[in-house]
Design a protein around this ligand. Structure first.
Ligand code: CU
Length: 263
């Protein structure tokens, strides 16, 4: 479910960039275009993309907000920073772009209509404005900053450092931290398969969880694949008969051990 909402969010982002690319292209093309009618045409092209732009912006927001709730991201700094950057960047770009494009459009339409109120030199100086470059730089920097926040999710001083895995009812959870399991006894259900959620909190360190018949560890009942921290892996353990077994990390068999009770 979470992935689908991230999918919706990213689909919105693609639509957003696709539609806005039209306006970006127009803004840069204006700098070299001096024919008033073609300038008007370019502005109409830009205006025509604005509906798709706002629609995809809505999809982007919807996907992001819902994914934020499902992923429990709202308690972390990065998502708020990303929203703040989105709002500030949008307002700044709008405030810079709107008067510029209105002015260009007004003058271009007047000149195309035969008005001589604005000379070619004045028209040239309006179109040569560096404003489109400034707007594009602001937008690009804002997007890169948001992309960084999305990818690396820095907590920025508040929020949970650890994201505890969501453990479904009926499954067994164990975590490893500081080269030790968080418990010396695990209990699983007898006679049916169950999930064993393993959260390896040791950054860059390999651990696993393996269940053996006894502490001699010669007969494995289940051997989980190695997990490089920090990461969470859900193992699917096949049905085991009731009994008292032994579990360990195969990489640290001397220190990371415990009793696995199946009942
Ligand atoms: Cu280990």
């Amino acid at each position: 479910m979470y992935r689908w909402w991230v999918f919706v969010h990213l689909a919105g982002v693609f639509g957003f960039l696709l539609a806005h690319g039209v306006s970006v292209g127009v803004a840069f093309r204006l700098r070299v275009e001096r024919n008033p009618e073609r300038v008007s045409g370019l502005l109409q092209l830009s205006a025509a993309s604005i509906r798709v732009f706002y629609a995809s912006f809505g999809v982007l927001l919807l996907g992001g907000v819902v994914a934020g709730f499902i992923g429990h991201w709202w308690s972390e700094g990065w998502i708020w920073a990303a929203i703040a950057i989105l709002v500030v960047t949008s307002i700044a770009m709008y405030a810079m772009a709107r008067p510029f494009f209105q002015r260009v459009g007004l003058v271009a339409r007047a000149m195309a209509g035969g008005s001589k109120a604005v000379s070619d030199e004045q028209f040239d100086s309006i179109l040569r404005s560096r404003r489109p470059i400034t707007i594009a730089v602001v937008g690009f920097v804002g997007l890169i900053a948001i992309l960084y926040l999305m990818m690396f999710k820095p907590i920025l001083g508040f929020g949970s450092v650890q994201r505890p895995p969501v453990v479904a009812a009926g499954s067994v959870a164990v975590s490893a931290s500081g080269l030790a399991f968080d418990t010396s006894t695990l209990t699983g259900p007898a006679g049916r398969p169950f999930d064993l959620v393993f959260d390896n909190e040791d950054a860059g360190v390999l651990h696993n969880v393996a269940i053996y018949t006894n502490s001699a560890a010669t007969t494995p009942l289940f051997r989980g694949s190695y997990v490089k921290g920090r990461a969470t892996q859900t193992y699917h353990v096949s049905s085991l008969p009731a009994g008292t077994y032994f579990f360990r990390c195969d990489i640290h068999p001397a220190t990371m051990t415990g009793t696995f009770v199946v009942k």
